[in-house]
Design a binder for this molecule. Structure first.
Ligand SMILES: [Zn+2]
Length: 201
């Protein structure tokens, strides 16, 4: 980080969709993971209401990409929900009563599943507003608790990463958010260290 920068210590803001990773094993953790590099210097990737709407689209919700946020401070509300969900789900944290209340309030906004009128054996997904989609994210956080999966939530072992994920591996010993990302980064670092110390691998 540039220490000559006079700005406040607020997380750097960047709204690059390529920073949005969907590796958490579900949308609730994927929302948490929009605050990147938590382990060292948290980096914000939801910089505006439009970013929140685009993230919801990328997360697979049937939200119109140009949908008006319909709330004056959608980003601030999304960020507050994100903090509450992280406090609820991440290992070693504890959500406050207010945060639990916030998640419950949001999850009540989630649309209930609808049957397809032409094929009643199937579900249909009518378009959602950004607010309804955020409600669905909150409902997914509640569903993780309902499914008894709290113990399976891990934090990536890479020193700078900090991504949260559901470990569905049989042995429950997954260490990385993704083998391709942090697993390989760690392997490369070990290789470089071994080369530096003159050891043959
Ligand atoms: Zn990682």
């Amino acid at each position: 980080m540039d220490s000559s920068c006079p700005r406040s210590p607020a997380p750097d803001v960047s709204s690059r969709p390529e920073d949005w990773l969907f590796l958490g094993g579900g949308v609730a953790l994927d929302l948490v993971n929009t605050l990147r590099d938590r382990a060292v210097a948290p980096r914000e990737t939801l910089a505006s209401d439009a970013d929140v709407v685009m993230w919801l689209v990328d997360a697979g919700y049937p939200v119109e990409p140009t949908a008006a946020p319909a709330r004056p401070a959608l980003r601030a509300e999304a960020v507050a929900l994100r903090s509450a969900v992280d406090a609820l789900l991440a290992p070693g944290q504890k959500a406050t009563a207010e945060q639990v209340q916030l998640i419950n309030t949001w999850s009540r906004v989630a649309p209930v599943p609808q049957l397809d009128e032409d094929a009643p054996g199937r579900l249909t997904r009518p378009p959602m507003t950004p607010v309804e989609a955020l409600g669905a994210v909150a409902a997914e956080a509640v569903a993780i608790v309902e499914r008894g999966e709290l113990e399976q939530i891990k934090i990536c072992s890479h020193e700078t990463c900090g991504l949260r994920y559901l470990d569905h591996s049989r042995a429950g010993r997954r260490r990385w958010c993704s083998m391709r990302r942090c697993g390989n980064r760690a392997k490369a670092a070990r290789h470089a260290a071994a080369t530096r110390s003159g050891r043959a691998l």
